[in-house]
Design a protein around this ligand. Structure first.
Ligand SMILES: [Zn+2]
Length: 390
């Protein structure tokens, strides 16, 4: 399915800032995380009970719970309203598309993310809003002004929509601020075979493109991964619950966050580089089962590939450039890019192969990327079955 360039005029962007709360503010954050989890579980349980009794889906509003659980009154009611909204959306997604979405599940302190979201509310003209930025902080409802490190300031025409407070496993607090702004529609770019890039997912190289290039292997990621497994082994030898054990656990959590940041950094830079240089990118539809198999093999980059594609898509679309997804059943690996013959007997681990029909010798990854580029362009222009020449 060829995606048309996104000409929507409203765009969202997010700024994530590190928070430096006072002990009292941190305590209120913790309380809010807990209340949101509690409310989610209560609402979910009541929804299920109500459905079993009456066969009707219904989620009570947060107000109903405040009498029985007065501690809910101590935290921002906006955060609780968001929980109600999120649970409704979770059910909606599940009912609309049960194969792609799970039935909402209960949250636990251990497994669930520590976070809450508040919608920004604007009062009458000139009266301000419930969330706003100050010189070196963010004003949040109930919490007051929290010290924050604002490295990047929003532009003055951006409109704040939501603020999400999270706590990482190693105990750092962050606030993600989502802004909406109107963007000028961009003229769609018409890609040609020369300005289009095919990307084939690769286990060992992250990807191979249709020119045979792979990104520089980010060795620092592998280094961190090595360090992580050494630290985990050390943890195994420690007595569970001891002081040393707890310290080692915190070190591991910090390293996990560091690796996630390294990966994010790589993914953003690589997608930015491609989106600026090329007019269109063709990728294969994600085959979730195949991805799951490769992730089992434990490649450090796998978790980043999905995010990489998301980044690539919006970075292209912002410039009016198409991001083209080729059907997952298209035989990109087994078709010869020179003559088009499909070599069904190709061994799954063959890195190089000779086409039995025309004799061309192919690098597996590059040939697949070339096929994706050609097929993607044909899809985009509706000329499938014909061969386009440069
Ligand atoms: Zn051939």
């Amino acid at each position: 399915m060829a995606r048309k360039p996104d000409n929507k005029s409203v765009r969202n962007t997010t700024i994530k800032v590190r928070l430096d709360p006072t002990p009292a503010q941190a305590e209120l954050f913790e309380k809010t995380f807990g209340c949101c989890r509690y409310l989610w579980n209560q609402m979910l349980a009541d929804e299920e009970r109500f459905y079993n009794e009456t066969n009707v889906h219904f989620i009570p509003t947060p107000a109903k719970y405040k009498a029985g659980a007065p501690f809910l009154k101590e935290v921002d009611s906006g955060a609780l309203a968001t929980v109600h909204q999120n649970l409704r959306m979770a059910f909606q997604h599940f009912f609309d598309n049960p194969s792609a979405y799970r039935h909402p599940t209960f949250k636990t302190k251990k497994r669930s993310k520590n976070s809450y979201t508040v919608y920004c509310q604007y009062y009458a003209a000139g009266k301000g809003s419930n969330i706003y930025l100050t010189e070196n902080g963010i004003r949040l409802p109930k919490v007051g002004v929290v010290k924050a490190r604002l490295y990047r300031k929003p532009l003055h025409w951006w409109m704040l929509k939501t603020a999400t407070v999270t706590k990482t496993p190693s105990g750092k607090y962050f606030c993600s601020l989502m802004f909406a702004y109107a963007a000028k529609p961009v003229a769609p770019v018409q890609p040609t075979p020369k300005t289009t890039l095919g990307l084939n997912y690769s286990l060992s190289h992250f990807y191979v493109d249709s020119n045979g290039h792979t990104p520089d292997p980010p060795h620092w990621l592998a280094q961190s991964q090595k360090k992580l497994s050494a630290m985990q082994q050390k943890l195994c030898r420690m007595q569970c619950g001891s002081h040393n054990y707890e310290q080692q656990l915190r070190k591991i959590q910090r390293l996990h966050e560091h690796i996630a940041n390294q990966r994010k950094d790589f993914v953003h830079k690589e997608s930015r580089r491609i989106a600026n240089v090329w007019d269109a990118v063709c990728v294969k539809e994600t085959d979730l089962a195949a991805m799951a198999r490769t992730i089992k093999l434990g490649n450090v980059l796998d978790a980043g590939y999905g995010k990489f594609r998301v980044c690539l898509q919006y970075k292209l679309e912002q410039q009016g450039k198409p991001y083209i997804v080729v059907d997952k059943y298209f035989p990109s690996a087994k078709a010869c890019n020179r003559c088009g013959a499909v070599h069904d007997a190709l061994a799954p681990d063959a890195k190089r192969w000779r086409c039995p029909a025309c004799g061309a010798v192919h690098d597996r990854g590059r040939n697949a990327a070339e096929n994706l580029r050609d097929q993607g362009l044909a899809q985009y222009y509706g000329t499938e079955g014909q061969r386009i020449s440069a």
